[in-house]
Design a protein around this ligand. Structure first.
Ligand code: MN
Length: 202
């Protein structure tokens, strides 16, 4: 069975960027819902219930056809939120260091140019979805968004930073002001964790 991963901080720890009520509902209702539906979808597949969710998504086409959509949606929801909680932190903000900093500058010219591109993608994404910084199959950094709960893992790319742009992620606090939510996100990005994930891909 899949379970909700522990958060390493309290619901109110990310304030004022993300308020406690938003965090509590997002984690204990929305994320829990994806976990529950993933378990339901995999009922009768004990071998698959033992696997890591990232492994299921990377090998989606090998799964029985009748559960692929449910795993894509709910396994994606579980994996995406699990990543999101780890790349934001009460101790976040600032700027990346070391190899990640150099790689971002090489790819996007500067940290500010990277942030500008990420924000443009986040603001222009229509409807529910996620914005990603991934390491692609050539080892290059890419920024893009996906719809719904689609994960870059399905394309066998490795996400190292993400922002949830579903309305449930910000509407209680920011209403329609997605731009303000995105600006506040930079204040809680855990660059050390993003750098650790980047290093793992090399
Ligand atoms: Mn969400």
């Amino acid at each position: 069975m899949f379970i909700l991963p522990d958060l390493s901080y309290e619901f109110d720890a990310l304030e004022p960027s993300i308020d406690a009520v938003t965090m509590e509902i997002h984690y204990s209702k929305h994320h829990q819902g994806y976990v529950d539906k993933l378990n339901t979808a995999l009922k009768g597949h004990p071998d698959l219930l033992k696997k890591d969710v990232t492994e299921l998504l990377r090998n989606l086409e090998d799964l029985p056809a009748d559960i692929q959509t449910a795993v894509k949606n709910n396994g994606g929801g579980h994996a995406n939120h699990s990543l999101f909680w780890t790349v934001i932190s009460p101790d976040g903000g600032g700027a990346p260091k070391g190899n990640l900093s150099e790689a971002l500058e090489t790819r996007f010219k500067s940290l500010d140019d990277f942030k500008a591109e990420f924000e443009t993608v986040a603001l222009s994404h229509f409807g529910s979805g996620w914005v990603w910084l991934v390491v692609d199959n050539d080892g290059d950094l890419q920024v893009y968004s996906t719809a719904n709960q689609d994960s870059p893992l399905i394309e066998d790319e490795t996400p190292i930073l993400t922002l949830d742009v579903w309305e449930h992620a910000y509407y209680l606090q920011y209403q329609n002001r997605r731009a303000d939510y995105i600006k506040a996100f930079w204040k809680i990005v855990d660059w050390a964790e993003v750098a650790r994930r980047f290093k793992e891909t090399s």
